[in-house]
Design a protein around this ligand. Structure first.
Ligand SMILES: [Zn+2]
Length: 528
């Protein structure tokens, strides 16, 4: 603001062409109140006054702060803002021999020693090899350069480079030391099976740790620095209510004191497994395990008819359009599932209207759905392509064809599909954390649906696939996307126009869903 005032004083009535880039506010300038300045005419005197005031205002402006980065005997200048609280990301990355490039959405894609880091302007989270890193302060952009708090570098850039580092604010020096143990990026999944809650910490490297418990808290202290997938997350689990990360520890809040814990590690991939159970009660006087026959919980299945409105989706022979096929099959599926009194269905759209991709999973989250099923019809330039495909989410597609399918479904109306080498956008990675807790169940559901559809369409053994589908990304329950059949295949397009065929597709999916719900009774890791 004060700088703007300076510029205003100097250039009022002048052409506004100057590019200003002063990053730091200077509190000492506060006593100059702009309202005290008066101009009456454009005389020489006025210009003298203007220049004088501008000089006074501009004089105390310091040079942009520079911090020295010391790496392996070399020094690099790193520009700093806000009195050294924020450091230029590109400067540090360059010093470490990495590279950074701006990408869509005001974010910066960084590569250091083969690791990929994404930071975005004004955001207090970053992605490190597709895991989320939480920061206590957001990044900030000055003159198009992204600056981050020290914490960002400590948690991402230096671990990526395999260095440990200290930042001495008083002497404006960053010292680095080789051999800082590389941080292990963690993923956490939690399932409840047969009276036991299993928490799995999957690491990008070994996950050695010490586990200690204190009444209703279980602390896992990791022996190497870790990148936590989240800071704090609540779970709707019978034994574990919450997992909180601080420094290199995970603290599990348990729903009862003194639960028994069995911890062990597994290799390839590296995992730490915690099995948490209620201790075996020694006598007969144990409390009754469950309230006598509560009414069966009503479970919601959200069905998402793909596309709609001006977004037609794939178009097949004889003008058959995907949006109509998906809505009809979705309605039929709702009918099939509603035969079970314990199942409630919700459609993300029940008319020919367009619903945004992000909103569809949001409907499922809002409805506290047990399952989310997105219905589509496939299309391929290869006329011979046929059969069903069932997908669940991953950041990377399982093959080139899956990637192409995801690209079609993610940007069907828009002209700009994400370029294949730019990697997933940051918000995609952040949202992916919602679905990642349910990937195992999503795979099971996808498998069940695919088996039923293979039998129906007589398509041998088409496997389930993974791809980065935007519509599945925010779903906090098992979620799959079903490409029912190829609308581009003349024979299957003909079948898709047939109501009987659509009904049998709905019945097939319905059988799989019913079987899945039977095998996964309520309470087993739904809706954390
Ligand atoms: Zn589609």
């Amino acid at each position: 603001l004060l700088f703007a005032t300076t510029i205003f004083i100097l250039f009022y009535e002048a052409d506004e062409t100057s590019a200003c880039d002063v990053p730091i506010e200077h509190p000492r300038r506060n006593r100059f109140a702009p309202s005290k300045i008066e101009f009456d005419s454009s005389t020489g005197l006025e210009w003298t006054v203007r220049l004088f005031l501008a000089l006074i205002l501009a004089l105390p402006a310091p040079n942009p702060t520079t911090v020295t980065l010391l790496v392996g005997g070399k020094t690099f200048n790193v520009s700093a803002a806000e009195a050294g609280a924020l450091l230029s990301i590109p400067d540090v990355v360059t010093g470490l021999g990495g590279n950074s490039r701006p990408q869509a959405g005001a974010s910066l894609a960084i590569e250091v020693a083969g690791h990929r880091i994404v930071a975005a302007d004004g955001v207090a989270t970053a992605a490190f090899d597709n895991r989320v890193v939480n920061l206590s302060h957001p990044t900030r952009s000055f003159s198009g350069t992204l600056y981050a708090p020290w914490e960002f570098f400590e948690k991402t850039i230096f671990p990526a480079a395999g260095l440990s580092a200290e930042y001495e604010r008083s002497s404006a020096k960053i010292r680095t030391h080789a051999g800082g143990s590389a941080a292990v990026a963690l993923e956490v999944s939690l399932v409840h099976l047969d009276q036991m809650t299993q928490v799995v910490f999957r690491g990008s490297g070994p996950v050695a740790s010490d586990t200690s418990s204190d009444r209703d808290q279980l602390t896992v202290a990791f022996k190497s620095p870790v990148v936590a997938p989240f800071l704090d997350k609540s779970f709707d689990d019978p034994l574990v209510s919450r997992i909180h990360f601080s420094e290199n520890s995970a603290v599990l809040s348990l729903r009862a004191p003194d639960l028994a814990v069995n911890a062990y590690t597994l290799k390839a991939p590296d995992r730490l497994v915690l099995e948490i159970v209620r201790p075996a009660s020694p006598g007969a006087a144990a409390p009754a395990p469950a309230a006598p026959s509560a009414p069966p919980a009503l479970r919601t299945v959200v069905i998402d008819p793909g596309h709609g409105g001006e977004e037609t989706g794939a178009v097949g022979p004889a003008n058959i359009v995907e949006k109509d096929v998906t809505l009809d099959i979705a309605r039929r599926l709702a009918g099939v599932l509603s035969r079970d009194a314990a199942v409630r269905t919700v459609l993300t759209r029940n008319t020919d209207t367009l619903t945004a991709l992000d909103e569809r999973a949001a409907v499922a989250n809002h409805e506290k759905a047990a399952l989310f099923i997105s219905i589509h019809a496939n299309s391929s330039r290869a006329a011979g392509a046929h059969g069903s495909e069932t997908y669940y989410l991953s950041l990377a597609a399982s093959d080139k064809l899956s990637e192409a399918v995801a690209r079609e479904e993610n940007a069907p109306a828009g002209p700009a599909p994400p370029s294949p080498d730019s990697g997933p956008a940051l918000d995609f990675i952040l949202w992916d954390m919602a679905q990642s807790a349910h990937l195992k169940e999503s795979a099971v559901l996808a498998e069940a649906i695919q088996n039923e559809l293979n039998a129906l369409l007589n398509t041998g053994n088409r496997g389930i696939k993974q791809a980065p589908f935007r519509v599945l990304v925010g779903a906090t329950m098992p979620a799959v996307l079903v490409e029912t059949a190829f609308i581009s295949n003349p024979e299957e397009a003909r079948q898709l126009t047939n109501p009987e065929f659509r009904q049998s597709v709905a019945e097939a999916i319905g059988r799989a869903v019913a079987a899945y719900l039977r095998q996964h009774p309520p309470g087993a890791s739904e809706n954390p």
